[in-house]
Ligand binder design. Structure first.
Ligand SMILES: [Cu+2]
Length: 142
């Protein structure tokens, strides 16, 4: 719990630096696990977001991506649709706000996207097979 609160505070700090509605976020996977190092991000609605994702794994086959989805998207359903769309594991869907490519261990990728103007909770998830149940988080648009 302490860990989660700390991550939460860190993301709050990141947000407070972005009065001009531009924000840079760095998200990492944790070692050889199927986890992101931050599970809650706060971003102002309409922000121009530069998201860098670093795949920190070293074990071959521990591929990850980040897919940001519209509010109330069913992650489980989306991830199961993704299964048959390798090697990117991105299903054709109108639920996708932004996505990175599928990264290999040690790889870094940067994308830019604009947060929707609607406040609320936007899920993000890794669609590599078997990862979605633990490798997910939420963007709170404020
Ligand atoms: Cu993953």
């Amino acid at each position: 719990m302490k860990h989660i609160i700390l991550l939460f505070l860190t993301s709050l700090l990141l947000v407070s630096c972005s009065s001009n509605k531009e924000i840079e976020i760095t998200l990492r996977s944790i070692g050889e696990t199927m986890k992101y190092d931050q599970e809650i991000l706060e971003i102002k609605t309409g922000s121009k977001v530069t998201l860098t994702f670093i795949n920190k794994a070293t074990m071959q086959g521990m591929n990850h991506n980040v897919v940001i989805l519209k509010q109330k998207t069913n992650i489980k359903k989306f991830a199961s649709q993704a299964l048959s769309h390798g090697p990117s594991y991105i299903p054709p869907s109108d639920k996708i706000i932004a996505k990175t490519k599928m990264t290999k261990p040690g790889e870094t990728v940067t994308i830019t996207f604009t947060m929707p103007n609607k406040k609320g909770y936007y899920p993000f998830v890794c669609t590599f097979p078997g990862h979605a149940s633990s490798m997910q988080g939420t963007i709170r648009a404020i």
